[in-house]
Design a protein. Structure first.
Lengths: 142, 166
């Protein structure tokens, strides 16, 4: 029964690759920034509905929250736009490997210093070797 | 051009990682749906300004775009919901690693078949070998994160004293 949840997580990742491939196509016809805009606009609509019906959190908290904690949207724009721009040139596979390497390195740094409200967790040799191994994969795939 | 694109995408990964830490911090107080909503909303506002000043595309073309392309917007939501469902059952580390595996494998499959009119890149022996290194890397991420988690769970000096006092 537990395996079904691994499958769900796999499907979640797969959804990201499908999203990248399809948006690359949309980007060719309407433009890359415009495609990002569409994604964020539709995301706002979908999440707005989900929030209205199922939200249990505290939305007004964002007015009191530290300002750095409101920067997620801008960072997301950089991520999505980079994918829409890159996929037509190097393909989905290479793009995703590069994104994941960026994530692996950055989350290692963030956790090592305990930045952005994360719990401080030191770098260990497995994590460094994981980045190296993924970099070899990037060199091979490209 | 390809190398430049890869560097650009690496930066995309870096910002994504920063985003998940930042959103993690905000969602502890504001809630997951609320944080995601805010992420999309601020992203939209930021893009309105970008498009007005630097947009060279055709925003209104969205109205005529094929619906299958527009439906990609639901995939981002699907990612979020599937992850939220999986994390409580199998844990953050396993959910992340399974997610990455799905992302990589499907990415290579899309390339191989040239789905969605994308670049057609066949699964040759080099890409197979790349897959092997990806699996090694995912295994190492799992080991590394597990070790960090165990190190955290170990009682520190302070906690031990507390236990003795009780």
């Amino acid at each position: 029964m537990r395996y079904i949840y691994y499958l769900l997580a796999l499907m979640a990742g797969a959804a990201l690759s499908f999203e990248g491939a399809i948006y690359a196509e949309l980007g060719k016809s309407v433009g890359q920034i415009e495609t990002s805009f569409y994604n964020f606009l539709m995301g706002t609509v979908i999440m707005g509905l989900l929030l209205l019906f199922f939200g249990k959190g505290d939305l007004p908290h964002v007015l009191k929250a530290p300002k750095w904690s409101l920067l997620g949207g801008v960072l997301g724009v950089v991520y999505l736009t980079s994918i829409v721009v890159s996929v037509p040139f190097v393909g989905v596979g290479t793009t995703m490997v590069a994104v994941i390497i960026g994530q692996m390195i950055m989350s290692m740094v963030i956790e090592h210093y305990g930045w952005l409200g994360s719990e401080r967790t030191g770098v260990n040799k497995e994590k460094v070797l994981a980045v190296l191994s993924m970099t070899v994969a990037l060199l091979l795939i490209n | 051009m390809g190398l430049f694109m890869i560097l650009f995408t690496l930066i995309g990964g870096i910002t994504l990682s920063a985003q998940s830490s930042i959103n993690g911090a905000l969602s502890r107080k504001a809630g997951t749906l609320e944080t995601t909503f805010l992420t999309f909303l601020t992203g939209t506002l930021f893009l309105v300004i970008l498009i007005l000043f630097f947009g060279q595309g055709d925003v209104l073309g969205l109205l005529n775009a094929p619906k299958w392309q527009l439906s990609a917007a639901f995939l981002g939501t699907a990612y979020l919901l599937l992850t939220v469902m999986a994390v409580p059952k199998i844990g953050v580390i396993a959910a992340n690693i399974a997610g990455i595996a799905g992302q990589l494998v499907i990415g290579i499959i899309i390339d191989h078949f040239g789905w969605f009119n994308s670049l057609h890149i066949e699964l040759d022996w080099k890409r197979m070998l790349a897959l092997v290194f990806m699996v090694i890397s995912l295994y190492l991420i799992y080991k590394g994160n597990k070790r960090s988690a165990e190190a955290k769970a170990k009682p520190t000096g302070g906690e031990r004293i507390l236990v003795q006092e009780q």
